[in-house]
Design a protein around this ligand. Structure first.
Ligand SMILES: NC(=O)c1ccc[n+]([C@@H]2O[C@H](COP(=O)([O-])OP(=O)(O)OC[C@H]3O[C@@H](n4cnc5c(N)ncnc54)[C@H](O)[C@@H]3O)[C@@H](O)[C@H]2O)c1
Length: 236
């Protein structure tokens, strides 16, 4: 199951999971995007289904996970929003919206998936999408940074609670060529480029590889980790 399944990183991950023979449930609020993502996967013979889902709707999230009837092996939580506002000008509503989608949404999907996986002999794996912004801060994005830093702490706690059956890890992407950052490129693109030792933005495919690794058996002893995929922009 991939939340934010119509998004750029999610679609790249879905392609890689499909290549490995996975059957996919893509969940998103974007109906058109979901149709396009599923059509692309199905055209390649992959088993893919779309589900309209707002990750802040806890009941709907529970129902989506239940619809998989114990067949959920991997949750990749990609759903997220990236809004731009100085703290001094930020409204309470703007703060709440970002925290709701990025952090409460993670609670909803991880709780539902964790419960479903923990009762199974073969367990499962959860991969959350954090961000370099949580590690180094980003002006205009305090709500986003707070939500992603919160997601890292939440994921580590969950990694303890769900072990040993379920592994919980995160990927922390840097600047990835995607629609999410498109409107920030004219504002901060040059500055970002100077800060990336590998001298290019990341591609959704770069992040997809890290997600696939953390979700699979090759990472069977990796738990509670945050894997940076940022071209060296931030090292820790
Ligand atoms: N693109 C980057 O540079 C970058 C960097 C660091 C972290 N990330 C994180 O990676 C993840 C994927 O980002 P992306 O670049 O693919 O962005 P994207 O905007 O292409 O995808 C995000 C998806 O989440 C969906 N979404 C938004 N609100 C939702 C909700 N309430 N319920 C369900 N779905 C919802 C959107 O419709 C969209 O399809 C996000 O969590 C993002 O914060 C991205």
């Amino acid at each position: 199951m991939i939340t934010g399944g119509a998004g750029d990183i999610a679609r790249a991950a879905a392609r890689r999971f499909a290549e490995e023979g996975a059957r996919l449930l893509l969940a998103d609020t974007d109906a058109k995007g979901l149709d396009a993502a599923c059509a692309e996967l199905q055209a390649k013979g992959a088993g893919a289904e779309g589900r309209l889902l707002d990750v802040t709707d806890v009941g709907a999230v529970e129902a989506a996970v239940e619809s998989l009837r114990g067949g959920l092996d991997v949750l990749v939580h990609c759903a997220g929003i990236y809004r731009h506002r100085l703290v001094a000008e930020m409204t309470e509503q703007e703060w709440d919206e970002t925290l709701a989608v990025n952090l409460k949404g993670a609670f909803a999907v991880c709780r539902a998936a964790g419960r479903a996986m923990a009762t199974r002999e073969r367990g499962g794996a959860i991969v959350n999408l954090a961000s370099v912004s949580a590690q180094r801060g980003s002006a205009l994005h305090a709500h986003y940074c707070a939500s992603k830093a919160g997601l890292v702490g939440f994921g580590r706690a969950l990694a303890l609670e769900l072990a040993p059956r379920v592994r919980v890890n995160a990927v922390a992407p840097g600047i990835i060529e995607s629609r999410m950052i498109a409107d920030m490129l004219p504002v901060r693109g040059e500055e970002w480029k100077r800060q990336i030792p590998l001298a290019r933005y990341g591609r959704p495919e770069d992040v997809a590889e890290a997600i696939l690794f953390l979700a699979g058996d090759r990472a069977s002893y990796v738990n509670g980790a945050v894997l940076n995929v940022n071209g060296g922009m931030w090292m820790d």
